[in-house]
Design a binder for this molecule. Structure first.
Ligand SMILES: [Mg+2]
Length: 412
């Protein structure tokens, strides 16, 4: 089997999503996804990675991942390069699943569970106004989630307070206002709802400690990114100062960044985002790193429908999956996922059910390709690696000058 075409697909309605389709000469197509900076992602896919993938066997996922990483890491790997790698990796796993006629979790080692608890992050789409409700009437939001069987929720309860002083200080008055939604939730539904707070990295350490302490009385599920994950020592200080587990973080890219936080005890809950941190291949490894330090993972997903399926495959497989992020404003009958993929994730009584079709578990609807405004770019020609890969022109020159020649097998 050979990769013949790699396409990036962008639609008008959801501008930051990029879908990647990897086609093969035997008619199997793999689907991947990433989010943010679509032009940059598309540039990375078509200029850097497609040339080294076209004509190769898509089943050699580890080799392709390593080759892409080596090329990206010639310039500091995180960013658009890694979003591109994540989407391609997902598509290659989808091909492997379809080729072997297995859901991806079976290829990762089988099931530890057949459903995973979800939490709902408040989003907005169409008639759904959960984000507004999270601020104005969090108790009612919690009640409506419980009515659907969803027992955990997350919102960025502190974001709008951070804007005033770039998170450098927090006044007593603002602290009181900040915890009001938590009081509302506890008043209306007691402890039936687990609550997580996402600080979106908007605070400095001093403010984060004050906020974390003020919220501790509500027994939070976790505190996520009160500070940005740029300093391991500060996360350890924060973890020692507050009771809620410190959750780190969708902003860490690859096992290399996660390793240091996990090993230092600075990530009490490990939250990789598959479409940014390196795909299914990398998230399996991050999960193992977390397991060695007896920490749970809770995959991040407030983006697109393919990511949810990728997360689901990881969560069915790894022993230390704890809970998975979903957004009812995006999923379900009134959300936007169903416009673009089929099937959509199945969430029953707050649990996401294991996808049961070969591959990642969903496909892009064919009509998406012909929607007005859809932009499709396709690469179909093999080429040389630009830089950094093991098969780069630089190595060929060295080999030709007398060093030991290592010829890669064709079509790997
Ligand atoms: Mg977050």
């Amino acid at each position: 089997m050979k990769i013949t075409n790699i396409s990036t697909i962008n639609v008008e309605e959801i501008k930051q999503i990029t879908w990647v389709q990897v086609e093969t000469d035997i008619g199997i197509t793999g689907l991947g996804e990433t989010f943010f900076g679509p032009s940059a992602v598309s540039g990375c896919i078509h200029e850097i990675f497609s040339p080294i993938l076209i004509g190769k066997n898509p089943l050699n996922i580890e080799k392709h991942w390593k080759n892409m990483f080596d090329m990206a890491n010639a310039f500091g790997y995180a960013g658009a390069e890694f979003r591109a790698i994540s989407a391609i990796d997902m598509a290659l796993w989808d091909i492997l699943g379809k080729f072997t006629k297995q859901p991806i979790y079976n290829l990762l080692g089988g099931m530890c569970r057949d459903k995973i608890r979800t939490y709902n992050t408040a989003g907005q789409y169409g008639e759904n106004k959960d984000s507004e409700l999270a601020i104005t009437d969090a108790g009612t939001l919690a009640k409506s989630l419980l009515d659907e069987g969803i027992t955990a929720m997350k919102w960025a309860f502190t974001d709008h307070f951070a804007d005033q002083d770039r998170g450098n200080t927090i006044s007593d008055e603002d602290l009181k206002l900040m915890i009001k939604p938590f009081e509302d939730i506890r008043t209306q539904v007691g402890n039936k709802m687990d609550i997580a707070n996402d600080g979106h990295g908007r605070w400095n350490l001093n403010s984060a400690i004050r906020i974390g302490k003020a919220m501790d009385k509500f027994n939070l599920l976790w505190q996520e990114e009160l500070i940005q994950p740029i300093n391991i020592e500060n996360h350890i200080i924060l973890a020692n100062e507050i009771t809620a587990p410190v959750c780190v973080s969708e902003r860490l890219i690859s096992k290399f960044q996660f390793r240091d936080y996990i090993k230092a005890g600075a990530a009490e809950i490990v939250m990789p985002d598959l479409i940014w941190t390196g795909g299914i291949t990398e998230t399996k490894k991050i999960s193992i790193l977390a397991e060695t330090e007896q920490r749970p993972i809770a995959p991040h997903d407030m983006t697109g429908p393919v990511n949810i399926f990728a997360c689901a495959n990881i969560c069915m497989n790894v022993p230390n999956a704890f809970i998975m992020e979903t957004c009812r404003a995006f999923n379900g009958e009134k959300g936007w996922y169903k416009k673009f993929v089929d099937p959509i994730p199945s969430i029953i009584d707050g649990y996401l059910i294991a996808p049961d079709i070969p591959g990642i578990g969903t496909n892009l609807k064919p009509e998406v390709l012909s929607l007005k405004g859809t932009k499709i770019i396709t690469s179909n020609k093999p080429g040389e690696p630009h830089w950094g890969g093991f098969e780069s022109p630089l190595f060929k020159v060295v080999n030709e000058k007398g060093r030991k020649k290592v010829k890669p097998k064709k079509n790997l």
